[in-house]
Structure formats: C-alpha cells, structure tokens
Design a protein around this ligand. Structure first.
Ligand code: UGA
Length: 458
C-alpha cells in the first residue's frame, strides 16, 4: 500500500458500518450536523427499526436525532455494501469487538465487515477504525480489505485511519458532540486531514447547542499512536478507580474515610476529582476488555504489565469484598435473604456486561443466599438465570436480612429508609457505591456500611 492520500470518491457521503452504541450515535449525530450518512447494518430487525427512527438501545438524545435526520433525507440504513460504498468516500468502522481468547478482542465482526467493504470498493475510500482494535490492526485491516477487492480495482483505493471513540454509555450523544479531544491517526497527513474535517463543526462547536468557549483539542498523529491512546485512556481510568479502591480498603483498617480523602486529593488539579468513587469496582464492556488486551499486547512484546495486572486484580477482589462484608454481618450466610439494588454496570443503562452484580450474585448464590435483584432497567442477569428481579426497592427489601446497593441509580439514592427498615427482617445496609446518606440510613435504625468509609451498628 503506497502512502498517498486517496482522492475523494464521487459519492461524498459517510458510511457508518455497525449500529451498536458507537455506530448508531455516530450516524445520527453526523447526519444531524449536516453530513449525508449511510448506516450499514446486517441485522434485519435492527435495520427495519433504524429506518423507522427507532434506536436499538436507549441513549439520551439519540432517537430524536435519528428521526430528524431520516426525515430530512440525510440518513438511511442499508445492508447493501455496494450501495453504501457508491454513495460515500469515508467509512467509519463501528462493529463490535467483544472479548475473545487470551485477552485479545474477538475481531470476527471487523474481519467480516472488512471483507464486505473490500468486495464493494470501486472508488477511493478512507476506512476509519472507531472500534477498539489491537495496536497494529490497521495494517491487518488494509490487507484484509485488499484481498477482497474486485479484479481490476487498484489497492490505492483504500487507506486506513484510526479515530478512537471516547463515548460513555448513557452520555454518548453529549460526549460525541462535546468531546474534550478528537484523535485522528494515520500514516498519510492528507487522509488524516480529510477525516479531521468530518469533525469541523464539532471542533469549532458551531452547531446549535455547541459551546465555542469549550472547543475540543484535535490530535493528529500516526496510526499506532492513535490506536494506543484509546487503550491508555481506558487503562488510566480503570487505574484511578482501582487505586481509590485500594486506598478504601486501607482506610477500613486505619479508621479513615475514603470519600473525604478522594475529595481532598481531587482538589489537586494534577489528580482531578473524577473517577475517584470507591465502591464495588468497574464493570462494563470496555475497561475489562481493554486492560486485558493491553496487558496481552505488552506480554507479547516481552513486557510484564505490572500496573495493569494489579489494576485488574484489585477490581476482581473488590467484588468479593461485598460478600465478605455480608459474611461478617450475617454469618452463616446460608438461608439468608439479601436484596441487591442495581444490576446494571452503572446507572442510566440496562447493560450488564461484566457488571459487578453478576460476580457478587453468583458468589452469594453458591453460598446458599436467597437473592432478590432490583433495577429500573435490567430484566435478567446473565449467568444468574434464577435471580428474581423486581422494579420496586421496597418489594426487594421485603423480608431481607441485608440490602446491598450495587448501582447508584437516582431512584435508590433518595429512598425512604424508614419504609425500607419496616420491610426488612434484618438491619444491614451495605453501600457498595458510597452513594447513600449514612445519616438517613442510621436514623432509620439500620446499620450502615460503606466501602472504606465508617460503618455503624444501630
Ligand atoms: C468507558 C470510558 O469512560 C469511555 O471514555 C470509553 O469511550 C468507553 O469506556 C469505551 O471504551 O467505549 P463506559 O464503559 O461507558 O465508558 O463507562 P464509565 O462511565 O467509564 O464507567 C465504567 C465503570 O467504572 C462503571 O462500572 C462505573 O460504575 C465504574 N466507576 C466509574 C467507578 O467504580 N468509580 C468511578 O469513580 C467511576
């Protein structure tokens, strides 16, 4: 592959391949900003729903943007790669990369999409990886696409650029429109520039609701650096959380309060206040997968990823701390009733991928605990098929020996603990997110126990 800029194709639109969290948000927001966007989705049910303006998941501000752009003729979804490639000159690859084997992500969806793109390419395209892919995947992707190019089509029609995403579930639209930085990495400056131009209105914040006083930074770099920035960002955030959780565990022995410590150290601008909430640890589809992939990449290069390994170990231990706390209060655990408030990996989503609730529920079930789960959005918990799940926290607390907060949904933070206490058989509240008001819990005659915070008995 020669390192030269690809000329823009006749079709001037943007293709977004894959309609998961990242792809759907990208397609809807880019179209909302005035681009002509073709979403490519092979799942027929999703495709029908998307063309009717229905998002495959809930995300604040997404559906209205989908509907407006579809109605304005700036966005449609198709499973036809030929059509999508004809109409566009840039393809954002947003397919899923779930955890695979040996710490590496499963790249089968990326490979399948790359083959379909290759077979449909006739005119020059820039292929942009949004999916989090191991460093060096850009080279592999180029050869995978090239191998499928129709006869007579020159390999100069394509070039791969990395543009990692930093969207959080629950605030993905907001994060997309108001990012702190946009990272574009490629080996040819012209192609990097073309991709950066897609973000023009975001970079200048010149759209309705944009904030020109908060313009994001644009980082143009090489492809390997861009790919690594994504891993480093997630690894650092996971490290911050594991660090404060370790401090929390030390606090329990020192009689100190980790919440006040986090507040105090966070005032130091070198440290910053965010991602310092101690609790049951991080979950979700990204931190576990990305720290594991980065550690595997390091090992392959003969580097022992000491910090990454420790960050992951601390996080696993953190989930077991809840079980130990319950053991201390309720021993023996067998036959006890425990209510788990919050099953999603964080508030604002029904996503339970790698949620701490799964590990904790399974461990408690093994110890003979009778569990009830409660979550505003989750209806079933993977790998815990028999867990009874209710919507009403008071119903969950009925007859419980202990109530454990695992996800800090707003619905749970303002609970009337007098009423909860009246429903319960026991008196223990474990606050796995340090999010409850200890006074409110204790004045209802209940024992409060946080993580690295004081604990009280009534
Ligand atoms: C994360 C990153 O924050 C995004 O920037 C990134 O784009 C995304 O991964 C990704 O790679 O796609 P997300 O997984 O949606 O986003 O969730 P976060 O809001 O980062 O929360 C992750 C976990 O950390 C949650 O389980 C949350 O409860 C936990 N957490 C967060 C803590 O335990 N303590 C904190 O102080 C903050």
């Amino acid at each position: 592959m020669e390192e030269m800029g690809v000329t823009v194709a006749t079709g001037n639109g943007i293709a977004v391949v894959g309609s998961g969290y990242v792809g759907t948000v990208m397609a809807a927001c880019l179209a909302d900003l005035g681009h002509d966007v073709v979403g490519v989705e092979i799942d027929q049910d999703k495709l029908t729903a998307l063309n009717a303006g229905v998002a495959p998941f809930f995300e604040v501000g997404l559906e209205e943007r989908l509907k407006t752009s579809i109605d304005a003729g700036r966005l449609f979804f198709t499973d036809d790669y030929d059509l999508a490639m004809d109409r566009t000159h840039i393809v954002f690859l947003c397919v899923d990369t779930p955890p695979g084997t040996n710490g590496h992500p499963d790249m089968s969806s990326v490979a399948a999409a790359a083959q379909s793109i290759g077979a449909a390419l006739r005119v020059p395209h820039i292929i942009v990886t949004k999916s989090t892919v191991p460093v060096g995947s850009g080279n592999w992707l180029e050869s995978t696409i090239e191998a499928e190019l129709p006869e007579g089509v020159d390999s100069n029609v394509l070039c791969v650029v990395s543009n990692p995403e930093f969207l959080r579930e629950g605030t993905a639209v907001e994060d997309f429109l108001h990012p702190e930085r946009v990272v574009v990495g490629g080996d040819c400056p012209e192609d990097v520039e073309i991709v950066a131009q897609v973000y023009d209105r975001i970079l200048s914040q010149s759209f309705e609701g944009g904030d020109p006083t908060q313009k994001p930074a644009l980082i143009k770099t090489d492809r390997a650096t861009a790919e690594t920035i994504k891993y480093a960002a997630n690894a650092f955030l996971a490290t911050k959380i594991s660090f404060i959780n370790e401090i929390a565990n030390i606090c329990e022995w020192l009689g100190a309060d980790v919440s006040e410590i986090a507040y105090a150290i966070g005032l130091d601008s070198r440290i910053g206040p965010k991602f310092l909430n101690a609790g049951v640890g991080w979950g979700g589809s990204c931190f576990g997968k990305d720290t594991s992939a980065l550690a595997s990449m390091a090992r392959e290069q003969g580097i022992e990823p000491l910090i990454l390994d420790a960050v992951r170990r601390v996080n696993t231990n953190q989930r077991h701390i809840i079980v130990r706390k319950l053991q201390q209060h309720l021993r023996p655990l067998r036959g006890r009733r425990v209510a788990l408030l919050g099953l999603a990996f964080k508030p604002g989503t029904d996503d339970t991928r790698d949620a701490p609730s799964i590990t904790i529920a399974r461990s408690l079930e093994e110890k003979g605990v009778i569990l009830v789960g409660c979550d505003p959005m989750v209806d079933e918990l993977p790998r815990v098929p028999n867990l009874k799940i209710v919507r009403d926290p008071e119903e969950a607390a009925r007859g419980a020996d202990a109530v454990v907060l695992l996800t800090e949904w707003d619905e749970f933070l303002g609970l009337d603990f007098e009423r909860i206490a009246n429903c319960m058989r026991g008196k223990v509240i474990i606050d796995g997110r340090n999010a409850l008001d200890p006074e409110a819990v204790m004045s209802a005659g209940l024992a409060y126990e946080g993580i690295g915070r004081f604990s009280t008995r009534p």
